[in-house]
Design a protein around this ligand. Sequence first.
Ligand code: PEP
Ligand code: MG
Length: 325
Amino acid sequence: MSRAYDQLRFRRTITRDGLEVDLMLNAGLLVDLPQLDQAGADGIGLFRTEFQFMVSDFMPRLNQQTELYRKAIMAAGDRPVTFRTLDLGGDKILPYIDPVPEENPAMGWRAIRIGLDRPGLMRYQLRALVAAGAGRHLRVMFPMVTTVEEMVDARALFDREIERAKKLGQELPSKVEVGVMLETPALAWQINAVCDVADFVSVGANDLMQFFFAADRDNARVADRYDPLSPAALSILSYIAEGCRINDTPVSVCGEIAGRPLEAACLVALGFDTLSMPVTGIGPVKSALMAIDASELRELILPNIKVTTRLPSLRGLVRDYCLET
Ligand code: PEP
Ligand code: MG
């Protein structure tokens, strides 16, 4: 963390109107873990488990998976760690498995789709997670879920591993939460149903925006064509936050936008009180959030995200607000 934000490290993130926000770290490898304390993060909001698989020359064994997850849990101490099950396919390729050629890999056979079609690998990983969580709080979430049924099926695989551990007399996690990543617009329109079957929702804004705007996040020509502070983007984000609030389901954002100060300010104003981001985002986001009045900013944003607005983006409005506070 840069020296400029060093003094904020031990301070809670509280907006001027008293809203507490949790700033979490995005991580995936052992080398990321010291960043928890360096940045003063409130936990790990997204542990990308596929990184271990991507940097290895072979499929990590059960005990190697368990060991990494256990180390992450221990490094976080009392702070929560949210493990995302394997998000393979799309941009995430394993060196030791030939990729299936696809026209549109981002929209192809990836993440939970592979996990459910080839449950052996996912069950193995869930087994490692259950073992790593022995006696501790275990949080697991599934990526690229598009239908409620997929979440129900994935959750059933997880429950089966808990049952298996019970039968074998293994120590179980002291608390378990199973969540869903909301990364496709289709799932947003099922928010009530998905809240029924998930303990928490984590918005994967990188993918959600890519699919919402039909703009490939890995194609430099189009990746910046849309603005996450446009009325359309803020409308869907607001819809998700409101849906989760009504259902009393905890909701967070873990895409890159959570780590940018203006975007983070908007997210908090819309009702997201947990943001997970790369380590470099924590200081600047904390500093920005401590300067805003979330309800004041909300009043500014909401009328402008109605479909009738003519503003192409609220970026200028939000920037002016943040600079004046
Ligand atoms: C996302 O899509 O926002 C996300 C956090 O997952 P990833 O970037 O790993 O696809
Ligand atoms: Mg994603």
